[in-house]
Design a protein around this ligand. Sequence first.
Ligand code: GDP
Ligand code: MN
Length: 383
Amino acid sequence: MKLHEYQSKQVLERFGVPVPKGSVATDSESAKIAADELGGKVVVKAQVLMGGRGKAGGVKLFDSSQEASEFAGSLIGKRLVSIQNPAGMVVEKVLVAEQIDIAEEYYVAVLLDRDKQTNLVMISAQGGMEIEEVAHTNPDAIVKLNIDPAWGLDDFEVRKAVLKAKIPKPAQNQMVQMIKKLAKAYNETDAEMIEINPCALTPDGKLIAADAKVSIDDNALYKYKSLSETSADSADDVIEAEASRRGIAYVRLGGDIGIMGNGAGLVMCSIDEVSAAGGRPANFLDVGGGAQADRVKSCVELVLMDENVKGLMINIFGGITRGEEVAQGILSAFEQLDVKIPVVARIEGTGAKEGLALLSGTSIIPAATMKEAAEKVVALARG
Ligand code: GDP
Ligand code: MN
């Protein structure tokens, strides 16, 4: 899960990473108070989970709290669109932070290197808003240091990497310390990515994280109750937010054929089959392994929240998930919801016979194979 910049900075501060003072505001009044507290010379930054906010007009410097507050007011509620995110995201919060003087901008990140199967530190003296361009045209300007999983980082190798990245003398020691703190934060918070861009050097020679992006491994979120709440709140889509609250893996895809199955692979196959049959999948939904009837019901509800859905395909391969549990879940969802769309179910494996028996005589249409289910639901949704 990606954290907002202000949350990322709170996490990093606990590990001793220097960050500018600041606070979050949700309207122009609270932005005014925040800017006044910082003496008026501030930067106002849109808190949206996307890159390229600077170029998108979501980051601005001010000399007075009045102007800062007006800008915050105009930004909140607005959709910000960037090259990285053409669909854009609506700004709900801004960070009002102390404006720092920046002499130089560096880039530093800790992330997972899937090829080498280790964690990786990346350093560049050419940080700032053009880092993607640098990665493209001058990849050697980004120095990579793989972290040995058994030994961790040794001071000498960090120093060597910092020198190789041509970080200038006044910043070298601070950069070594910065990297060690980021690596520690990365390990101890179960992060999958930490990126500081720019890592700013001030004219008086202090290194400070002017921007921060932290992403936490979703499998560790149970350790962060307060964060998983914001995860649901920060989801851009209302149904995805509700799914996140219910602990259901759901992704909205924009089509009109609802899809649910057990297991991510089976759901992806179903999406392919629906596409092959000429339909447009409305969503990805994995009911998970061993789902009980009430969870299945909750999943059906979720898919039907999307008003574009004109047909529903249910694809179950019973293993630890039992066919009759799924059938009961579908039936109890049908009892409570006024389902007007065609629903096609393919149930195989454990409890298939019992499940299909429960569904016979209802409006739910059985299918013998995944392909047949996809073709039926697409044809019925059209009709
Ligand atoms: P991003 O575009 O989403 O990565 O947002 P950033 O937080 O990196 O901000 C974009 C750019 O705004 C940075 O590269 C800086 O050049 C500039 N910026 C951000 N905060 C400050 C600040 O406190 N002082 C100054 N002088 N520039 C800043
Ligand atoms: Mn940045």
